[in-house]
Design a binder for this molecule. Structure first.
Ligand SMILES: [Zn+2]
Ligand SMILES: [Zn+2]
Length: 99
């Protein structure tokens, strides 16, 4: 198995392209402090970071790379628990949903 490292502090993490739990929490806190959370009608919670609006699940997973997918392991887009999220490459994500 290939090892993955947090893209911020380089601690070992279970998924590639994301932050470790600590860095994800810090990132989350920073976004929260800015008071830019907004909820819309879709199942995906959205977060405003600067001028960009991104999915909350992406913030929780610490994924800023738009080429990566953040998959909900239980297929519930409302469950943005760190443990429920998996960072996948587009091909891997396709395989999860089309196998
Ligand atoms: Zn980290
Ligand atoms: Zn998915």
């Amino acid at each position: 198995m290939r090892k993955h490292f947090c893209s911020k502090c380089h601690l070992e993490v279970p998924v590639s392209g994301g932050y470790c739990r600590k860095c994800a929490n810090e990132y989350m806190r920073k976004v929260r402090k800015q008071g830019k959370f907004r909820h819309d009608s879709s199942e995906y919670k959205k977060v405003r970071v600067g001028k960009k609006v991104i999915g909350k699940h992406r913030v929780v997973a610490g994924v800023t790379n738009p080429k990566l997918y953040v998959h909900h392991k239980d297929h519930d887009p409302g469950n943005n628990d760190f443990e429920n999220l998996e960072v996948l490459k587009p091909t891997e994500h396709y395989a999860v949903h089309h196998s």
